[in-house]
Design a protein. Structure first.
Length: 226
């Protein structure tokens, strides 16, 4: 016997086998059933046609989604068909919970320009221009001090979550309007970018979401100071 993905699906549905089919315990049950099925067959069993039939059944009729049970020759004695459990079997491997991280992004604005920093390579956003990031809101003032700037107003923007392949990033953004431009000269990895130029700037997806909302806001938008 064989036990590829198509055959596993046929066996789990026909016999009503629950459990992750990639786990050894479940696979052992399936292999035992496959062996018993062959032992119960008579001597006229054409093994090659039997195995091919199982694979074809899984590939064309007992498919992962929307199986054609009305056309299946095994429907009358199939557990999944009888119990309406086709969508439950085979059971999918449980997804691992993604680690979660959090950061605060600073949308530092002055005269409809925003301060962006180019992210180092290698990295998740390597080479892209992003908002300055800190771990928490308490680090805002040290950032402003380092810039030689004073905030005219600070407001929290709606939080958002961005999901990467291997973790979730929870982002809290602060809109920081400067009364005067920073006194310190910018590093080569920093620049003031006009809000009107942002659609053509290489930005990470969540940063683009935040900044495009800022572009859409009225020019005379007033943020509540804190």
């Amino acid at each position: 016997p064989i036990m590829d993905g198509n055959v596993k699906r046929v066996f789990t549905r026909y016999f009503g086998i629950y459990g992750d089919t990639s786990r050894r315990a479940t696979e052992t049950v399936l292999w035992d059933l496959a062996q018993r099925a062959i032992q119960l067959a008579d001597n006229t069993l054409d093994m090659r046609r039997y195995i091919q039939g199982q694979m074809d059944l899984g590939a064309t009729i007992c498919t992962r989604s929307r199986p054609a049970c009305h056309a299946c020759p095994l429907a009358d004695t199939c557990f999944a068909y009888r119990e309406n459990a086709q969508a439950e079997l085979p059971q999918r491997r449980p997804r691992k919970a993604l680690p979660e991280k959090a950061c605060v992004m600073l949308m530092v604005l002055h005269q409809r320009h925003v301060l962006l920093q180019q992210q180092p390579e290698p990295g998740i956003w390597g080479g892209l221009w992003s908002l300055p990031m800190v771990e928490n809101e308490k680090q805002l003032q040290p950032v402003l001090n380092a810039l030689g700037a004073r905030a005219d107003s600070v407001a929290s923007l709606p939080a958002l979550t961005h999901t990467f392949s291997h973790f979730k990033l929870h982002i809290q953004a602060l809109r920081v309007e400067l009364h005067q431009p920073p006194q310190r000269e910018l590093d080569p990895s920093e620049q003031w970018v006009a809000l009107s130029a942002l659609p053509d700037t290489a930005l990470p997806a969540p940063v683009k979401t935040l900044l495009l909302a800022e572009i859409a806001a009225p020019n005379d938008q007033v943020c509540a100071g804190r």
